[in-house]
Design a protein around this ligand. Structure first.
Ligand SMILES: [Zn+2]
Length: 328
């Protein structure tokens, strides 16, 4: 076990949506996905301004296929701050904003905020369709949307979100600023701990094998990891051909991988096939959480962005320790 991650999960006193009174003056913040919601929740702290905070996909909707209901559109249309990803999956946003009732709405797009550090989706050797889907089919660059999986990106987005909150509720600006500093401090602490660990690894141990889709590009690039995966980004594909499985198994053997990674909700079948086709014995399967299917129940049960990222770092760390033991 790896126990460098001593941060405890944040418990947050605010109870979004249950703000007192029905005053129409209450500030409302609408977020499209859980990480945005949780970041704002941390900045709001005890929520002295009774800000109403909600998340559109907390019913378990998949952000890649989510379309707003009439009720969602009304909620967005009249809100004060709207936070969304800004990638191909929420291209519906521009239409909704065009018809928004609140013309003074403050809008935050994660991808616009991070513009200079965006990464294109990457078709890597061995992936399904890596040969067929060449540059000529994809004439336009498709940016990877999973920007929230970088702890460094998260800090920049939190600062941008706090700025909007301070503008909308200047009375509590000092308090929000304080919460922002405390929270980004925790994000930065986890980032540094994991960074230190990653630096100790030799280059050949810094390759991950994903028997799955690969939404973790921003996360792994922060620490200089390389990867091979069955599918690009959050491709809707689920069937891997034998050549993809054989390729991943061969790469995994080359680096003596002790672990094949999958993302949350995976049935592990591709990862198991990869492990079965490896020469290396005793390979385990490790699940990383891409934080795109957090439900209302998970939130009630205390899920936080920081606790999930902490778990991801820990899982990766245990997986890599496995490699080191094997190679020792
Ligand atoms: Zn995704």
């Amino acid at each position: 076990m790896c126990c460098i991650f001593g941060l405890s999960a944040v418990s947050c006193g605010s109870s979004p949506g249950s703000s007192s009174g029905d005053s129409t003056d209450d500030i409302s913040v609408v977020c499209t996905i859980f990480p945005e919601y949780d970041w704002v929740r941390n900045i709001l702290g005890d929520n002295p301004g009774s800000v109403k905070l909600s998340c559109l996909t907390d019913n378990g909707a998949d952000m890649h296929s989510y379309q707003p209901t009439t009720e969602d559109i009304m909620r967005i249309s009249s809100c004060d701050i709207f936070i969304y990803v800004g990638g191909e999956s929420d291209s519906w946003v521009s239409g909704v904003l065009d018809t928004a009732v609140n013309k003074d709405m403050r809008v935050l797009s994660l991808m616009d905020t991070l513009e200079s550090s965006l990464r294109e989706e990457e078709l890597k050797e061995g992936m399904e369709n890596a040969g067929a889907e060449s540059a000529e089919i994809h004439d336009e660059a498709e940016y990877d949307e999973h920007v929230w999986l970088s702890l460094r990106n998260a800090q920049r987005i939190c600062s941008a979100a706090a700025e909007l909150l301070c503008e909308a509720d200047p009375e509590n600006a000092g308090y929000y600023q304080e919460n922002l500093e405390g929270y980004t401090g925790k994000l930065s602490e986890l980032d540094s701990s994991f960074s230190r660990l990653a630096q100790e690894l030799s280059p050949e141990r810094k390759t991950l094998i994903f028997g799955d889709r690969f939404p973790f590009r921003y996360f792994t690039e922060d620490y200089g990891f390389d990867y091979y995966a069955a599918f690009v980004g959050c491709s809707a594909e689920t069937e891997a051909s034998f050549s993809t499985i054989a390729f991943l198994a061969q790469k995994a053997d080359e680096i003596n991988a002790g672990t094949i990674c999958v993302i949350e909700g995976s049935d592990h079948s591709i990862a198991e096939s990869v492990a079965d086709n490896m020469k290396t014995p005793g390979v385990t399967i490790t699940e990383l959480d891409s934080i795109q299917s957090v439900t209302r129940q998970d939130i009630k049960d205390g899920a936080t962005y920081l606790s999930i990222m902490e778990k991801n770092c820990e899982s990766l760390c245990n997986a890599l320790e496995g490699v080191q033991e094997k190679n020792a």
